[in-house]
Design a protein around this ligand. Structure first.
Ligand code: IPE
Ligand code: IPE
Ligand code: MG
Length: 245
């Protein structure tokens, strides 16, 4: 036990990754385990997000990308979707109010046009009014899909070619990256998926080429600051080779 504690302290002193991404999964199972409706799980998950985003800011993480609603999540019941959208609205209203205090810069990844006009407006406002802050940037993935993001970038590049602005063979990885929602943001070093599922579920397909994945058995509403510490410690134990020998 003493050895484990010493190790953990040593790990905690290592700098956190610049960019951490999280698939906030397990809200539904958390609610089911308690005999509650799924929306109660999403409410608890939203609380966890507030805590963990704040903790990331304290740790000095520069970018936190969170998967909040995927392009596939529209398959869920109208009730559940309405519940998630309501939580999102409340969170954004609160974030706009607390901006001066929290200094979080917001970005939204995903096709927001499918959201209600008032939510779209709140997202725009949050992005605009927070652009001056530099403590931590939260990239909120809403109606986000990695494949959808790549298709949109391909369409944008094809349009440039059609307009005679460039030739197909001129496209580089860097230029393609600049057509994605994450343009200008370094790839996440660490991607955490709680809830026990071990798949990407269409998250950051391009950006995760060399990310370290940490899958954890905890459900997102139960995820604590200690779990983030453990994931960061695990990240520091990995040997990242990027294809080298
Ligand atoms: C993640 O939790 C939240 C969203 C996908 C919106 P889930 O709702 O997927 O929870 P589980 O996986 O059913 O437990
Ligand atoms: C991924 O979780 C999406 C979010 C957490 C927002 P899902 O619960 O939708 O993924 P699957 O269905 O388990 O693959
Ligand atoms: Mg899930």
């Amino acid at each position: 036990m003493a050895i484990f504690k010493k190790k953990k302290t040593e790990m905690a002193q290592l700098p956190p990754p610049k960019h951490i991404a999280i698939i906030m999964d397990g809200n539904g199972r958390w609610a089911k385990n308690r005999g509650l409706p799924r929306t109660a799980g999403h409410g608890a998950g939203a609380e966890t997000f507030r805590r963990i985003a704040n903790y990331c800011r304290t740790l000095g993480v520069e970018y936190l990308t969170v998967y909040a609603f995927s392009t596939e999540n529209w398959k869920r019941s109208e009730d559940e979707i309405a519940g998630i959208m309501k939580l999102l609205r409340n969170y954004l209203l609160e974030a706009l109010q607390d901006m001066e205090k929290n200094h979080v810069r917001f970005k939204f990844f995903g096709d927001l046009t499918r959201l209600s006009p008032d939510l779209q407006e709140l997202c725009r406002k949050a992005e605009m009014t927070s652009s001056k802050y530099h403590e931590v940037q939260v990239n909120f993935c809403l109606n986000y899909g990695g494949r959808d993001e790549i298709i949109r970038a391909a369409q944008a590049f094809a349009a440039k070619v059609a307009a005679g602005e460039c030739a197909p063979e001129e496209l580089t990885e860097e230029q393609f990256g600049n057509l994605l929602y994450s343009a200008g943001i370094p790839d996440p070093e660490l991607i955490i998926r709680p809830s026990g599922e071990m798949r990407t579920s269409n998250f950051l397909l391009w950006q995760s080429a060399y990310s370290e994945y940490v899958f954890m058995n905890v459900l997102w509403p139960d995820f604590k600051e200690d779990d983030l510490d453990a994931a960061i410690a695990e990240y520091h134990r990995r040997n990242r080779r990027f294809g080298g020998a």
